[in-house]
Design a protein around this ligand. Structure first.
Ligand SMILES: [Zn+2]
Length: 435
């Protein structure tokens, strides 16, 4: 059965970091999106599409809204939902004092299932329709998330975190268990519905060389899986990695040496990287996921987005909330902080570039831009409805917006979960703010 949405619409054909805006942005002030069987069946100006629709197709009209591709969160830890906003530490102490305590609770599948539901509900309230997620060391934590996502047909990429040192004993596996349990989860979930498995060493300091080697072998055995980890987030972490892997030339070399760099390999943060490391990430097609609210919260540093995207050796960059070090499920708030981070480097990130990062840019980093991240016929019907008037201040400020770019910059600066009027996943409404 067909359904349709009508309203202003913005999507991207291509990358506004490297192309003129007129060549890559598609803004339609009165569009109709027709959805059927979880996909976008047709899209275009209302004047063109409405005459083609039979009278029984319901058309939901969204006034004072912009229909956007559903937001993608490319780096997030669902087990940390219960400890967001934990005070006073930087990365290493924050992990030991808060994260590793919370994650032990996920040996209990019931607990994991409860948090997975809360986590996905918050994502939907914020217009997030796909995400790449760290679970815990426990395979049942992965099952709980994939099962919850399957109930709403949501595109989730997730993996069991692998750690065999420098964490509490209850959170450690071994090289062999990391390989075997990850492999079993690939067999169970990878490609089932909209689920994809992600091979997930937490980060170099919590894996022995033997475990990284085992996970590199697994990646070679399953060349279509995603890979995710963390890279160059914090200054103390850099020194620790140097001490733990003395034969590696730099942090990025650790992952390269163990076969963990390739297209669809996503590394959170990448704040403190040399030119040589950016060269390697670019050459291998690996991506950095920028997580600005987390970087400010943990005092990790300011990622240089413009430098990473340098056209001479562009590195793919995605955007993530990195909860629970990140402080908001809201992609708008994450973009607000991404703008401020870029300002530290003298780069005025535009609204178009920001929205691109959260949609098609993320889809490209994930190697999924033929399925999600844009509103085009044949793509999966994941849509976020952005209300342009969600608070009295925003409604007032919008009177002075000059064009759609101005309007969207206002939204990403002042907006939050209240600005998401509705969220559609695979053509079905999963959230309606006033519903
Ligand atoms: Zn993270």
């Amino acid at each position: 059965m067909k359904t349709a949405l009508r309203g202003a619409m913005l999507t991207f054909r291509d990358d506004p970091f490297t192309h003129a805006l007129s060549d890559c942005a598609v803004y339609e002030p009165d569009a109709v999106i027709v959805m059927a069987n979880g996909l976008i069946d047709a899209v275009g100006p209302a004047a063109d599409i409405l005459p083609t629709l039979s009278a029984d197709v319901p058309v939901t009209v969204w006034r004072d809204c912009v229909l956007l591709p559903g937001f993608i969160d490319s780096h997030v830890h669902y087990p940390q939902t219960e400890m967001i906003g934990a005070h006073g530490e930087q990365l290493i102490d924050w992990l030991n004092n808060y994260t590793f305590v919370a994650e032990q609770g996920f040996s209990d599948k019931t607990h994991a299932a409860e948090i997975a539901e809360v986590f996905l509900r918050e994502q939907h309230r914020n217009g997030v329709t796909a995400s790449t997620v760290f679970c815990t060391v426990h395979p049942q934590s992965v099952d709980a998330l994939f099962e919850a996502a399957a109930r709403v047909n949501m595109r989730i990429m997730a993996g069991k975190v692998c750690m065999d040192r420098h964490a509490p004993a209850a959170l450690l596996d071994t090289p062999q268990r990391a390989y075997d349990e990850s492999k079993a989860l690939i067999g169970k979930w990878h490609g089932r519905g909209r689920a994809e498995y992600v091979i997930t060493p937490r980060f170099a300091p919590t894996s022995t060389p033997e475990q990284l080697d085992a996970l590199g072998s697994l990646a070679q055995d399953f060349p279509t899986t995603l890979i995710q980890s963390h890279l160059a987030e914090n200054i103390d972490e850099l020194a620790w990695v140097r001490a733990l892997f003395p034969s590696c030339t730099h942090y990025t070399d650790v992952y390269q040496r163990y076969g963990l760099l390739r297209p669809r390999a996503l590394y959170g943060h990448g704040i403190h990287l040399s030119e040589a490391e950016l060269d390697i990430l670019s050459a291998t097609g690996s991506a950095i996921v920028h997580c600005p609210t987390s970087n400010f919260f943990l005092g990790s540093g300011c990622f240089d987005l413009r430098r990473a995207r340098d056209a001479r050796r562009p590195v793919a960059v995605g955007l993530g909330t990195d909860l629970g070090a990140g402080t908001s499920f809201s992609i708008l708030q994450t973009l607000n902080e991404a703008y401020k981070t870029a300002q530290f480097h003298g780069f005025p990130l535009s609204a178009a570039q920001a929205i691109y990062l959260a949609t098609r840019g993320n889809a490209r980093a994930l190697g999924l831009d033929d399925r999600i991240g844009a509103i085009e016929a044949g793509m999966e019907a994941d849509i976020a409805v952005l209300d342009l008037m969600s608070t009295p201040l925003i409604a007032y400020r919008m009177k002075y917006a000059r064009d759609w770019q101005d309007a969207l910059f206002i939204q990403m600066t002042l907006g939050d979960d209240r600005a998401i009027a509705a969220t559609y996943i695979a053509g079905q409404q999963v959230h309606c703010r006033n519903g």
